[in-house]
Ligand binder design. Sequence first.
Ligand SMILES: Nc1ncnc2c1ncn2[C@@H]1O[C@H](COP(=O)(O)OP(=O)(O)OP(=O)(O)O)[C@@H](O)[C@H]1O
Ligand SMILES: [Mg+2]
Length: 296
Amino acid sequence: MSEMMGTESGQSMEKSVKQDMLPPLSHAHLNKLKKTKGHIVIDNVTVDYGKGVLAVKDANLEIQPGEFVCLLGPSGCGKSTLMNTVASFVKPTSGTVTVDGERVKKPGLDRGMVFQQHSLFPWKTVCDNVAFGPLMAKKGKVEAQSIARTFVEMVGLSAYENSFPGMLSGGMKQRVGIARALANYPNVLLMDEPFGALDAQTRAMMQENLLQIWGEFGISVIFVTHDIDEAVFLADRVVVMSASPGRLIADIKVDLPRPRKASMVTSSAYVETKKKCMELIRSESLRAFELQSSKT
Ligand SMILES: Nc1ncnc2c1ncn2[C@@H]1O[C@H](COP(=O)(O)OP(=O)(O)OP(=O)(O)O)[C@@H](O)[C@H]1O
Ligand SMILES: [Mg+2]
């Protein structure tokens, strides 16, 4: 929870990490893929796992096509559960989730998922891992490989396309995970603490790489994180969840221009937004801590 301390040294470290922007992507042609889909409506969703576990209560959230929304909240508040209702890994007890007007009933390639821990096939090369989705979508072998190579290049791993996951660092594996999700050309990207296990420097690079890729596609993103700085740096809106049962208690617009730059972390808009998030998260984390300790 270092992000909650908000120390000056923490801020200056982050500043030095994010000094420059990454070089631009060489994939301008992918602009033609810009999305106009990915309109998500979470309507009065409640998830009750039974045995007294009410994970999400009466959640209402609308995300426009191409919006980047971060879901922030204390541990155990129901962030993954809510995201999983969009992926359709979890069925709402009541309420509905629709994407582009269609009620989600089962997982689908239109909603790509990136998890905190990579979930690559260890026996497949980087390229074959990424080509797996297109192959499943009945693309020919040659086309699937070509799509895979495009996305592997986009996440900066061309030199490793024939390597196996076991030969990659944690950050590289996560990049393969992102490439794999994107290779299905989803309208929605669901990311559950994808950079949570990475060191600060790798994380900063991954955030910038993700924003570049998102800038190319204009895909709708729901990004779950504990990290306030990450949420504010990435998002158009930061949606804050309360401690259990998870309710959406704040929807904070991040008024920073795009492309986001490391230098923005000292701007008054950034600092003000971060402060708002910190106050909310601190009180909710304390409440979550008390709830979790009184249950045992
Ligand atoms: N499959 C499940 N069956 C029963 N209870 C579950 C299940 N998954 C999650 N829970 C419970 O639902 C609540 C919300 O869990 P969830 O994983 O959604 O929280 P989270 O905000 O993602 O937490 P974290 O930040 O630690 O990842 C918790 O009390 C958890 O124990
Ligand atoms: Mg979670």
